[in-house]
Design a protein around this ligand. Structure first.
Ligand code: EPU
Length: 419
């Protein structure tokens, strides 16, 4: 198993470039199945989940040409409508292929998707199934395997009883090829959804309202191929900003959209984290005194659950008490136990809330990364801790952050990747 070895408290400085957003690219790749024509994707992050997504494209008969951060996908001939279980089992975003294959061919089969264990039990897909059924699909389930058929999908009205990012994207994509109008209500509003809608509209879809709670899709017969540039990863942006704040470092973060992390930047103003920003850059300045501040995770534009764990590390270095309230996933605070082992003063009130009492010095430990976002939080904790910290199971971290060790080395982090 590969691990990171990090020597804490080395002085950091320089600049770091944000990569394309994992959670945008993971939707554009399946969306390419809506078109018979070639789709070219730029600024594609080189991470495991993207590799798996492209494997699914190939497995169903698509042709993929990938060079560095660009790839072209052609799915003119779809040879099978079955998503291979050995790929679907590995990541949650495999569910994003269901709608486009169904809309294009009239059928699809797949197992329950795998992925990070960040919620109690298996992460549900009930909203997807309800939505596909509302669009006219017939659903057969046997042995945790799903088979959906629909001669022709029909426009519908669907209300999300839980706000879901991938649920919104899945139904929005699928409805582009349905007959008539679909109205989706109580939708998620993440920038990745807006990027997907804008792209599909340039290729012939008729989607309005993306980025608001109500999205309307007028079905069309044909989606063209085209060119998509993946938007900067807002979670990487926020993670690097928190890393700089926690380590009191001057750091220039480039190729980012600071607007997409407005809530974090507003909190930075309140707690004394200094920064300057431009349209596509963020300059973090050393901030010797940081005040504690409570957060409650929320759908966009609220505080992203994917930044909760790095923010919790920051609060261990802030003056005073902060309550971290994780509302989206019920296992995403369990990692705080490892911060406690490193010397943080954290009390878990219940699975959704912890109280952090800072500031406390952190000490090195041997750690295991339980999931992607907790893993990067441990990396931040390790680089402000005294001594040498080992983090294993880094597969979980590298699923979301490309060439992390090299990029952090370039700003002065003493980090080594050991196979
Ligand atoms: N939910 C249901 N039923 C469903 C789908 C979701 O009850 O059919 C629940 C979930 O259990 C959760 C809530 O809805 O409690 C919200 O989850 P959502 O569906 O919005 O999450 P997601 O779409 O599966 C995406 C990101 C996550 C990110 C969340 C929240 C992708 C591929 N994943 O997941 O990213 O945490 O939105 O913003 O876009 C990550 O990058 O580390 C990550 C987990």
């Amino acid at each position: 198993m590969s691990k990171f070895v990090i020597q804490g408290q080395t002085p950091l400085k320089g600049q770091i470039k944000v990569n394309g957003a994992k959670n945008s690219a993971l939707k554009i790749i399946p969306a390419s199945l809506l078109s018979e024509e070639t789709v070219t994707i730029n600024n594609l992050p080189a991470i495991e989940d993207i590799k798996l997504s492209l494997e699914i494209i190939k497995a169903v008969g698509g042709v993929v040409n990938r060079q560095d951060h660009q790839c072209s996908i052609s799915t003119k001939n779809i040879q099978t409508t079955s998503i291979p279980p050995e790929l679907a089992n590995k990541f949650r975003a495999s569910i994003m292929f269901v709608g486009p294959i169904l809309a294009r061919t009239g059928e699809v089969s797949f197992p329950h998707p795998g992925g990070c264990v960040i919620g109690a039990g298996v992460r549900p897909i009930d909203l997807f199934l309800e939505g596909f059924s509302a669009l006219g699909a017939t659903i057969h389930i046997a042995n945790n395997y799903y088979h959906l058929t629909a001669k022709k999908l029909k426009g519908t009205e669907y209300f999300f009883t839980t706000v879901s990012v991938t649920g919104t994207e899945a139904l929005m994509m699928t409805a582009t090829l349905a007959e008539g109008r679909t109205t989706l209500k109580n939708c998620a509003m993440e920038p990745e959804i807006v990027a997907l809608a804008n792209y599909l509209n340039t290729q012939g879809a008729k989607i309005s309202g993306a980025g608001t709670p109500t999205i309307t899709i007028e079905g069309v017969d044909y989606i063209k191929g085209g060119n998509f540039t993946v938007i900067p990863d807002r979670i990487e942006t926020g993670t690097f900003a928190i890393l700089a704040a926690a380590s009191q470092t001057e750091l220039l973060i480039t190729n980012c959209h600071p607007d997409h992390i407005a809530i974090l930047l507003n909190i930075f103003h309140k707690i004394g984290v200094r920064f300057e920003q431009g349209e596509n850059w963020l300059k973090m300045l050393p901030s010797p005194k940081i005040k504690a501040y409570n957060i409650k995770t929320h759908e966009y534009p609220g505080f992203p659950t994917d930044l909760q764990s790095p923010y919790t590390v920051l609060m261990t270095q802030a003056q005073g008490l902060s309550i971290i309230h994780e509302t989206i996933y019920d296992r995403r605070l369990l990692f705080t136990d490892m911060l406690t082992q490193m010397g943080a003063n954290i009390i878990m009130c219940d699975p959704h809330r912890v109280v952090v009492n800072g500031p406390t010095p952190l000490h090195s430990r041997k750690l295991t990364s339980p999931d992607l976002r907790a893993g990067i939080a441990m990396v931040i904790a390790a680089l402000i801790a005294e001594g040498t910290t080992e983090i294993d199971n880094i597969y979980q971290i590298e699923r979301g952050y490309e060439a992390l060790a090299e990029r952090l080395q370039a700003i002065g982090v003493n980090i080594h990747r050991i196979d």
